[in-house]
Design a protein around this ligand. Structure first.
Ligand SMILES: Nc1ncnc2c1ncn2[C@@H]1O[C@H](COP(=O)(O)OP(=O)(O)OP(=O)(O)O)[C@@H](O)[C@H]1O
Ligand SMILES: [Mg+2]
Length: 327
């Protein structure tokens, strides 16, 4: 094998590794727990994951910053609640989501999940029960069908489940406009072909390669719809007890975001839902609890009406948003 062939193989392998690492986020949570999650199987079905945080402080390891990203955060989220977290950029919303999803353990303070210290659970069980929709999610060099189906590996071949998930994620319309529809491959790996077929136009595979080479690109919003569809596919496993939505919709237009959130709310049964979004206007009517963050701390929490009466930080954010809509 020549050096350049070796490099191609190497690159293909690392793409493959990325697929297997699809859910691999920078987890720093300690993995010493031995209790399976959910723990109470056999009893009546759970309404969702519940949380109790007490004086949680978190400092990113190796950061230049002197103040912690979360500072003495205490909060309770009941099973099945719908919570909206709001606050300015850098106020600690995503960090809080990572603590709730057990990607990080707090530097100090305690987190209880369903009444037990979160560290007692097997971390991978907690992750299996959590669906995190964020901006970081990627697409893989596979067909759109597989990109969505991977949300629930065991059912990747179930066409109607994948179609349903595509619909819920809002991806059906744009996919139907693609020549190959669900079978469209976004970033085909043609390098290994290319090398062996170089200038062999008469080879029967040459045409195949040329077809693959016509790489198609989809917009940022369309990518987010595919990623959202993958999450809906994950819900089909029936294991999801906590859905954390951290601005997965920044590239979506207002109508698409609204639809996505409505679709998530439709399937909220048996799940606790936490939303982080700057466009929270249409969520407030569903919110059991609104948490308003400032400089790593919770500055206010309560229902929309309570916080509006207070005329504090939340009311300020809400009014800015409302006036933007009015214009
Ligand atoms: N990986 C990281 N390493 C070091 N510091 C970080 C890291 N991620 C975030 N921070 C810092 O922690 C603080 C809180 O960040 P966080 O991402 O939680 O804010 P946010 O409320 O989600 O903001 P945004 O609205 O911009 O998404 C910020 O000051 C940020 O600079
Ligand atoms: Mg954030």
């Amino acid at each position: 094998m020549t050096l350049s062939q070796a490099q191609v193989v190497n690159r293909s392998l690392s793409s493959l590794k990325n697929i297997y690492r699809s859910e691999d986020l920078p987890v720093t949570a300690m993995d010493k727990g031995i209790i399976p999650y959910p723990h109470n199987t056999g009893e009546k079905p759970s309404k969702g994951m519940s949380f109790d945080l007490s004086s949680v402080t978190f400092l990113y390891p190796g950061t230049q910053k002197t103040s912690p990203s979360l500072n003495a955060v205490s909060l309770k989220i009941q099973a099945g609640q719908l919570v909206v977290i709001v606050g300015a950029n850098g106020s600690g919303k995503s960090t809080l989501i990572r603590i709730l999803s057990r990607l990080y353990d707090p530097s100090s303070g305690t987190v209880h999940i369903d009444g037990r210290p979160s560290a007692e659970y097997i971390v991978s069980d907690l992750h299996e029960a959590t669906a995190l929709l964020s901006q970081d999610s990627q697409l893989y060099p596979l067909s759109l069908r597989e990109n969505i189906g991977l949300g629930y590996h065991a059912k990747v071949g179930d066409g109607s489940l994948v179609e349903q998930a595509a619909e819920q994620g809002g991806a059906t319309e744009f996919i139907s406009k693609l020549k190959d529809g669900m079978d469209t491959i976004l970033e085909p790996m043609i390098k290994p072909f290319e090398m062996n077929l170089y200038n062999k136009k008469s080879h029967f595979l040459y045409k195949e390669m040329e077809a693959l080479r016509k790489k198609i690109d989809i917009s940022g919003g369309e990518r987010q719809k595919v990623v959202a569809a993958r999450s809906f596919m994950r819900f089909q496993s029936g294991k999801i007890k906590f859905v954390a939505v951290d601005e997965p919709s920044s590239a979506l237009d207002a109508e698409a975001e609204h639809k996505l959130f409505e679709n998530l709310i439709k399937v909220r049964d048996g799940k606790t839902l936490v939303f982080v979004t700057h466009r929270f206007g249409h969520l407030t009517k569903y919110a059991d609890q609104i948490i308003c963050m400032k400089d790593g701390a919770i500055c206010e929490s309560g229902s929309h009406d309570e916080l509006m009466i207070k005329q504090g930080e939340y009311a300020k954010l809400y009014e800015i948003q409302a006036s933007a809509f009015a214009q």
